[in-house]
Design a protein around this ligand. Structure first.
Ligand code: ADP
Ligand code: MG
Length: 571
């Protein structure tokens, strides 16, 4: 239960503002989140870490020398948007590239991934490290597919220390993955958490029971069992983690472990210490050495009653970086070396960003892009109800609305960009961002990425040929595949997009428009055929069986928009 707030809607933003006010020596508020209040040295890689709010100290509390360079702050338990991530990176990056670090969740993967697409088109080297330490969420053979929980702390601490010590981007990325691969977490919850302003917790656990393998966004445990004593809980967590201890004497691991006992919100420090007392005994019994253990609150989940244990199996390199000095609002250790850290002098703000110069040819091409997006807007508006109805069969019913909002946002942004003299590339990049921001949802982020990626195939200085157009369409589809990670047969947009792309390659000779129109008919047939498939991905997964007999709404909307594109370009 959250007792203090001004308004539930502004809660996350106001918390960030107060955090910055309390730590002006370390943090600056920037559009989309926070960045260090000091300038990143020229050429130093930036570590931008994030996820939703509601997890303090994760993530904004870990920005400062020796750890993060910036943190986009999403709403409570929801990923920051791609433009928030982008904006924080623009404020944190200074010529050394960026590592985007976040827990492995579908929403974060999409939004950080979309920001990465845009940043790469601008020549910034972006690496993505998804923390995946939660052993309850997947098996040991799929460690990197697990979700991220309190392992965020050691992974970002270690990567940040490597950067502070002079690592370049390749090296920092290597170390971050190495830390992730050495980290395991496991947790239990005794009761659920309540969103600010809500009357009821997201879930309840029966009195005397606990949820084993909880998540940090209000996901209950994977199984319930009776609450034991503190020692029994310590044993449960410790034994399951130790089942994945790597062999000692191999790869530099000899029994040294970083240990983090993490309270999720309402477990008292004394309770944590009682549990840690038992863990210390177990470590000793197993011949393990705890290296600078941490007991306290690190990755919380609002007022969740619960705790988690994290072990990082260390070698010399990881140990050195785990122990290195760090100075952030919520995590401090040792004395930072005395280097000059000049104050930040500028804050980058999208609202003030300038439109790059463009040529007349490119502006003419941008006009066509606006016309296409306005057609998309009309098609989506006309089909909003039908697409929503299809999504409601096994999804959440918002696909029509998402497409309508997204296409309208994109068309409006493109029109505004062209009115300010933007060329084709800038127009598409801005339209892509606007689509994702306006739509929300999975398909919104994927369409945003598609437009952004397509934009990368144009310039602001040259006109575009027919081949350019086909390449741009293909680049958009590639972005959907890369970011969404869906395979053919998963019953998604991909089931229409892949046959479309194959047909386009076959049909294209000299004119893009007619070839796209031909391929769009193939896409429509493929979309209709998705009715035969059971959904396995996205929100529809849970209700997969129910989706049989209904075509996938995202596949259908894709084929409709490609038909509109073909027609528009033929005209
Ligand atoms: P949400 O699923 O977030 O509610 P929408 O309802 O707007 O988003 O979109 C649902 C559509 O998104 C699905 O019909 C499917 O075509 C598409 N989709 C979902 N996940 C993926 C994915 N991983 N790759 C490609 N398309 C996807
Ligand atoms: Mg939906």
């Amino acid at each position: 239960m959250t007792y203090l707030l001004n308004s539930a809607d502004d809660f996350a933003d106001e918390a960030v503002r107060g955090l910055v006010a309390a730590h002006p020596d370390l943090l600056s508020e920037v559009p989309g989140g926070v960045a260090r209040s000091t300038q990143t040295p020229q050429g130093q890689p930036a570590l931008v870490i994030g996820g939703g709010s509601g997890h303090y100290p994760a993530f904004a509390g870990w920005v400062g020398p020796g750890m993060g360079h910036g943190a986009p702050c999403g709403n409570i338990f929801s990923s920051p948007s791609a433009s928030e991530v982008y904006s924080v990176v623009r404020n944190a990056e200074n010529g050394g590239g960026v590592i985007l670090g976040f827990g492995n969740y579908a929403g974060d993967v999409l939004h950080f991934g979309l920001a990465a697409e845009k940043l790469r088109h601008e020549g910034i080297d972006v690496r993505i490290v998804t923390v995946s330490d939660d052993i309850a969420s997947n098996g040991p053979d799929n460690h990197r597919d697990r979700r991220g929980v309190a392992g965020d702390l050691p992974v970002f601490k270690i990567a940040g220390a490597a950067i502070e010590a002079g690592a370049d981007l390749d090296e920092a990325e290597r170390v971050a993955w190495k830390a992730n691969d050495a980290t395991r977490s496991f947790g239990v919850a005794f009761d659920g958490c309540t969103l600010p302003g809500a009357d009821e917790p997201l879930f309840h656990i029966e009195k005397g029971q606990m949820g084993v393998g909880l998540g940090i966004h209000g996901e209950p445990g994977v199984r319930d069992t009776g609450i034991g004593t503190a020692a029994e809980i310590a044993d449960l967590l410790f034994d399951d983690l130790m089942a994945e201890e790597p062999p000692r004497g191999e790869n530099g691991y000899d029994g040294r472990v970083a240990v983090i006992l993490n309270g999720l919100g309402t477990v008292k420090y004394e309770e944590l210490f009682v549990v840690y007392g038992r863990i210390a005994e177990r470590l000793q019994e197993k011949g393990l050495t705890a290296v600078r253990p941490e007991v306290g609150e690190f990755v919380t989940s609002l007022d969740m009653a619960g705790l988690s244990l994290t072990l990082v199996f260390l070698d010399d390199e990881l140990e050195r970086l785990w122990l290195a000095p760090v100075d952030t609002p919520a995590f401090r250790r040792g004395a930072m070396p005395d280097v000059e850290r000049p104050a930040r002098t500028e804050i980058w703000d999208a609202a003030e960003a300038e439109i790059p110069d463009s040529s007349e040819d490119s502006r003419a091409c941008a006009q066509t892009i606006v016309a296409v997006l306005e057609t998309f807007q009309n098609v989506c508006a006309d089909n909003e109800a039908e697409l929503g109805r299809l999504d409601a069969v096994a999804g959440d019913g918002d696909h029509g609305q998402g497409m309508a909002y997204g296409s309208r946002g994109a068309a409006e942004a493109a029109r505004a960009a062209v009115d300010q003299g933007a060329g084709a590339r800038t127009t598409l990049l801005l339209a892509g961002q606007a689509w994702a921001d306006s739509a929300g949802g999975t398909s919104g982020a994927l369409w945003g990425a598609a437009l952004t990626s397509a934009g990368g195939l144009f310039t602001d200085t040259d006109g575009a040929g027919e081949q350019n157009v086909v390449d741009a369409v293909n680049a958009g589809i590639d972005a959907v595949l890369r970011l969404g990670g869906a395979q053919l047969g998963d019953k998604t947009m991909v089931d229409a997009a892949v046959p479309f792309r194959d047909a386009l390659v076959d049909a294209f000779d000299a004119d893009a428009g007619p070839a796209i129109a031909t391929a769009a008919r193939v896409a429509r047939e493929a979309a209709d055929k998705t009715a035969d498939i059971t959904a396995r991905l996205g929100r529809a997964r849970v209700l997969g069986e129910k989706s049989k007999g209904t075509p996938d709404p995202g596949a259908l909307s894709f084929s409709m928009l490609m038909a509109a594109l073909g027609e528009q370009l033929t005209r």
